[in-house]
Write a protein that binds this ligand. Structure first.
Ligand SMILES: [Fe+2]
Length: 307
């Protein structure tokens, strides 16, 4: 099935203004009321918790209401509808998308992707022994660099029954397992995506079911560090990072948010194809990151000594 990955994530929130400020500071742009998008048009829709257009909420503290997957074409949307109609209700919405619940109770949408084709440069690094990526007088460190999220990367769900949730994505939607934390759950990528994961499932008690975090891809590690530093300077609380994961190799920096989930900046995730063999590793600190840093205030060695 030619599913690319999450296009849009819907939240029902209490404090629209706090969420609006957070999402703007995180680097998303409000291009329609309550819709905050990355450079390619993927993003987050926030509405008041009691907005009648939102699907029913889960009976937990999560503010997530719907995850909309982008598909390569309408044929894929129809293929998914035909598959899911075998055993559940599939709503057809006016915009051509469909809506159904997964086996954990999360509401999903499927649509022809709204991603815009963006042509941007990668982070350029000069490395001895290789051709320079930046030539003479092309300076890398720009304190005014925009450092904006480029595209929605992945969502991570807390689920009470990982096996059941995983079976739905693997058997029904043809997601592929790329790696697994044995005590937590699988990293999954859909059929039309090479990213290490667009979905990670974590086993938790039923009362915790919900969205653990959402991540957007940045240009590279430098933009990730710059964007994260700015969040700290604005007073947001770092949850984890900066660092670099082992599974997926993505650089990461997570922040607490008023959307009752963590927002992650990520960069430089591994790509995979069907030749990849999934690694099964224990969930522990050593396997959760290659390295981990903690932000500290900017510092200077000070002015030269007098005299
Ligand atoms: Fe993540």
């Amino acid at each position: 099935m030619k599913i690319i990955g999450p296009d849009q994530v819907y939240f029902g929130v209490d404090d629209l203004n706090a969420c609006r400020t957070f999402l703007t500071d995180y680097g998303l742009r409000e291009n329609a009321p309550g819709y905050f998008e990355a450079l390619d048009g993927t993003g987050c829709q926030i509405l008041k918790r009691d907005d009648p257009s939102l699907p029913e909420a889960l009976p937990t503290a999560t503010l997530l209401r719907k995850t909309v997957y982008g598909c390569v074409d309408q044929n894929t949307v129809e293929e998914i509808a035909a598959e899911l109609e075998k055993d559940r209700e599939v709503k057809r919405l006016e915009d051509g998308s469909i809506e159904a619940k997964d086996d954990a109770g999360f509401v999903l949408g499927f649509q022809v992707t709204i991603r815009r084709d963006i042509k941007l440069v990668a982070e350029r690094v000069n490395s001895p022994g290789a051709e320079p990526a930046r030539l003479e007088n092309d300076v890398a460190a720009d304190p005014n660099g925009e450092a904006l999220p480029r595209t929605l990367s992945h969502v991570v769900y807390f689920v009470p029954d990982v096996e059941k949730a995983e079976a739905f994505y693997v058997n029904r939607l043809k997601f592929v397992e790329t790696d697994r934390f044995i005590q937590a759950g699988p990293f999954l990528r859909p059929g039309a995506c090479r990213d290490h994961h667009t979905l990670f499932l974590i086993h938790t008690p039923p009362h915790m079911q919900g969205l653990e975090h959402i991540a957007f891809h940045m240009q590279g590690p430098t933009d990730l560090m710059l964007a994260g530093s700015r969040m700290v300077q604005k007073g947001y609380e770092s949850f984890w990072g900066p660092g670099r994961h082992q599974l997926g190799s993505n650089w990461f920096w997570y922040f607490n948010s008023p959307l009752a989930t963590h927002f992650e900046f990520d960069a430089d995730m591994d790509l995979h194809d069907d030749n990849w063999v999934s690694r099964h590793v224990d969930l522990n600190a050593a396997n959760s990151q290659l390295f981990l840093f903690e932000n500290r205030e900017k510092w200077s060695p000070g002015p030269p000594p007098e005299g």
